[in-house]
Design a protein around this ligand. Structure first.
Ligand SMILES: [Fe+2]
Ligand SMILES: [Fe+2]
Length: 247
């Protein structure tokens, strides 16, 4: 199903309930009535095309209107990506930690297995935090600055130095798939959990791990396929304006 702006948001959620957390990220909450997506976006002062594009990208892995997404401002894109970061760190990770605690209490797991799972997720959380910190402290500020310079907007003193000494190619080369590492944890639960009599707490945990993985995957696709090409295009424009500069 292709989601379009004249659809009722309630119908969209009937079709794909996993979109609810994504919708929440835009500050929209359940209780949509019969309002269409356009009406709801107008009420919340949101860019309806951007909202619909993000819903479609999340709903269907094969949907990716690169050109359309490239027309949205970098500021809009980064605002969404930062909201997703908040949701990973403030909602999803604590929820999964709680499910791990619940599982180790309710299932008769041996101490070694319980510790293994708990520590694995702790380490994973630290890696995810580091990844997000690097993007928010280094990459996103650089990208926002680049957009300002490209639009000839006033920037702080020293901004051109920052731009001259950085290139998005470094981020492109290092940008890791944080979702891939969740596979090992899922694998322990699916293949190697000993003496299971009650699968329910394990299944609840697995469901959330799959959901986080999907969310991280969509997030990384936006960073890799939309943000990076957009930044490369801006760097190229600047280089053409100033062929002797190091950008
Ligand atoms: Fe990110
Ligand atoms: Fe990332």
């Amino acid at each position: 199903m292709l989601i379009h702006k004249n659809m009722k948001l309630s119908e969209v959620v009937h079709h794909d309930h996993t979109l609810v957390p994504i919708i929440n990220r835009f500050g929209i909450h359940l209780g949509f009535g019969d309002n269409t997506i356009t009406e709801i976006c107008q009420k919340h002062g949101l860019n309806v095309d951007f909202f619909v594009t993000i819903l479609n990208a999340f709903h269907d892995i094969h949907y990716f209107p690169k050109e359309q997404l490239r027309n949205f401002s970098v500021a809009l894109l980064i605002d969404y990506l930062q909201k997703a970061h908040r949701s990973f760190l403030e909602e999803k990770i604590p929820e999964i930690s709680l499910l791990i605690k619940n599982m180790t209490e309710k299932c008769p797991l041996d101490v070694v297995t319980s510790q293994l799972i708990t520590n694995f997720f702790k380490e994973y959380t630290e890696e995810l935090k580091k990844h997000i910190r690097q993007e928010e402290e280094t990459i996103y500020p650089y990208v926002l600055l680049l957009e300002k310079v490209n639009q000839n907007l006033p920037v702080d003193e020293g901004a051109s130095g920052k731009i001259n000494h950085y290139s998005i190619s470094a981020y492109k080369a290092e940008h890791e798939d944080v979702e891939e590492k969740l596979f090992d944890l899922k694998n322990i639960l699916i293949k190697y959990l000993p003496g299971q009599k009650n699968d329910k707490p394990v299944y609840q945990l697995l469901r959330e791990l799959f959901s986080l993985e999907k969310d991280l995957n969509e997030h990384a696709r936006i960073e890799d396929m939309i943000l990076i090409p957009k930044v490369e295009a801006m760097e190229k424009t600047l280089r053409n304006k100033n062929p002797n500069g190091p950008v």
